[in-house]
Design a protein around this ligand. Structure first.
Ligand SMILES: C[S@@+](CC[C@H](N)C(=O)[O-])C[C@H]1O[C@@H](n2cnc3c(N)ncnc32)[C@H](O)[C@@H]1O
Length: 178
């Protein structure tokens, strides 16, 4: 058994026991999903960016926000206690297991939160994806969002696609992007 496989099995076992004993934060994804978004301290990173959304992005509790490449909800979790009844969060990603977790653990209990799967190609994250990022149009109407953000996503996309995205019609859906 490889070292990586052993590590995943061990952390899955520890997480299962913690869940059974009620010791695990229900808003903390499995380690395997956290490692998929770069590892590290899931809560601390989320909290740090949460401050940027408010201080730099001007996000209000009533705001409507788009999280492009939302992964396993690292940016969504801190917004649960910030957004008001009128606020809305929409996130999409190309990794099915991350979106499944967010739908079950966040959106299923909270109608302000929405997570969608995009079948977009990425060599590392979704090599069997059917569409190229450059051809993917965000499935939201124009001007729908007050704020859109991409955290640690452009680093995973080819420079050519970054340029296309930056000038893309996708941003027609957004009033402000950081
Ligand atoms: C390093 S992770 C960051 C995830 C999340 N933004 C966060 O900060 O926790 C990069 C994410 O970008 C997603 N991603 C890569 N290419 C994408 C694309 N073309 N469209 C949407 N998401 C993409 C990956 O699936 C992965 O979840």
């Amino acid at each position: 058994m490889s070292h990586l496989r052993f590590r995943y099995l061990r952390s899955s076992l520890v997480e299962s026991v913690q869940s059974l004993l009620g010791l695990r934060d229900p808003l903390m994804p499995p380690r395997q999903l956290i490692d998929g978004v770069g590892g590290g301290d899931f809560k601390a990173v989320g909290q740090e960016f949460f401050r940027y959304f408010i201080e730099i992005g001007g996000l209000k509790p009533t705001g409507c926000v788009l999280d492009v490449g939302c992964g396993c909800g690292r940016m969504a979790v801190p917004l649960i206690h910030y957004l008001s009844e009128q606020g809305e969060y929409w996130g999409f990603d190309i990794v099915g297991s991350a979106i499944d977790w967010c739908q079950k653990k966040i959106a299923a209990n909270d109608k302000r939160f929405h997570f969608q799967l995009a079948d977009v190609y990425n060599k590392s994250y979704h090599p069997q994806g059917r569409h190229f990022a450059s051809a993917y149009s965000f499935p939201y109407r124009d001007g729908f969002f007050d704020l859109a953000f991409l955290t640690s996503v452009f680093t995973n996309i080819f420079a050519k696609v970054q340029a296309v995205l930056a000038s893309s019609t996708s941003f027609r859906t957004v009033r402000r992007a950081i």
